[in-house]
Design a protein around this ligand. Structure first.
Ligand code: SF4
Ligand code: MG
Length: 321
């Protein structure tokens, strides 16, 4: 199966120095935050690849790199054979970028309150000079809303409806890939499932490929074909969904599962995640998870574990088997 998206050794470092603060407290002038560190994964066409992790794990940064909102510091993002980071032919890059759209967490913040929904949805096509006649009405129907509402403003819709509007706008330019960053976490639980089901239906109807970013394992179990687990900017485990849920191999993945409520809402007590996420400006040496890991051994604090393949799983842990 050929990959539509190939991410290789992706790294993004942010300069978070505060010069004014350095002058006052005389600390080192450079503070660098490695948000994404040597991350590699592939997304097969028409599949859903989920990136999960706590906040600060780098998942949103990867999403922003995918759509070109943030450039990578190093590494590559290849889509349909074009490396978006290094390709010199601007027209090629633009053609591939046009195939990628993004849906954000907060559907209200990403809709211009002064625009009618018709203009919001049609905008990606209008800016390219395309024909927008009846487009918004058609897309509203496709996302389960009424085409008759195209003349309304965003505030006249509920949160779930607004996320449907964002999805309609994302579909307007007929993309192949949609990057979804926590698309339902601002919504009521009762509405979440409806929006996720819509996304599943649209995926089948339009042959879409999703990069699905979430901290919520329940949502990920519902949506993903492949799951990548991020910790402090590093990919620590990746496996097909059912393999990951039945046989998690990385101690961090196991901890996430122990902390997550069960899908059926019954059963064991939920354990809160243990320990704080360390400072990404001064990440722990060796395996970044070692200060929290219940089974860490001496080499874990000095040697960074490489990704290894075990069956269908890729895992970065010295002790995984
Ligand atoms: Fe734990 Fe060591 Fe594995 Fe890291 S490499 S997860 S510290 S056992
Ligand atoms: Mg985020």
């Amino acid at each position: 199966m050929s990959a539509l998206i190939k991410v290789a050794h992706l790294t993004r470092v942010f300069d978070v120095s505060k010069p004014w603060l350095n002058r006052v407290i005389e600390r080192s002038p450079k503070a660098l935050l490695t948000a994404v560190s040597d991350v590699s994964f592939e997304i097969p066409e028409k599949s859903v690849y989920a990136l999960v992790g706590e906040s600060g794990s780098g998942k949103s940064t990867i999403g922003k790199i995918m759509v070109g909102l943030v450039p990578p510091s190093s590494g590559s993002v290849e889509v349909q054979g074009v490396d978006l980071a290094t390709e010199k032919d601007a027209a090629k890059v633009e053609a591939v970028r046009a195939e990628i759209q993004m849906i954000f967490q907060d559907p209200y913040a990403s809709l211009n309150p002064r625009w009618r929904v018709r203009d919001i949805i049609a905008e990606p096509v209008a800016v390219k000079g395309g024909d927008t006649t009846g487009l918004a009405e058609k897309l509203l129907e496709q996302v389960g809303l009424s085409g008759k509402d195209a003349g309304k403003y965003p505030h006249e819709f509920s949160g779930g409806q607004r996320q449907r509007i964002c999805i309609a706008r994302a579909l307007a330019s007929e993309p192949k890939i949609i990057v979804c960053d926590e698309p339902t976490s601002a919504l009521d639980v009762s509405v979440q499932a409806q929006v996720l089901n819509l996304m599943t239906d649209l995926r089948e109807e339009f042959g879409l490929t999703y990069l699905f970013i979430s901290h919520d394992l329940t949502v990920v179990q519902h949506m993903a074909d492949i799951i990548g687990v991020l910790y402090l900017g590093r990919l620590v485990e990746e496996a097909p969904r059912d393999v990951l849920f039945s046989d998690p191999k990385h101690p961090y993945t196991k901890m996430l599962f122990a902390a997550a409520p069960r899908m059926d809402g019954f059963g064991r007590e939920v354990e809160p995640p243990k320990g704080e996420i360390p400072d990404a400006i001064n990440p722990p040496s060796g395996c970044a998870y070692h200060p929290r890991c219940p089974i860490a051994v001496a080499r874990c604090s000095t040697e960074r574990p490489e990704m290894r393949r075990i069956g269908q799983t890729r895992v970065a842990c010295h002790l995984a088997e």
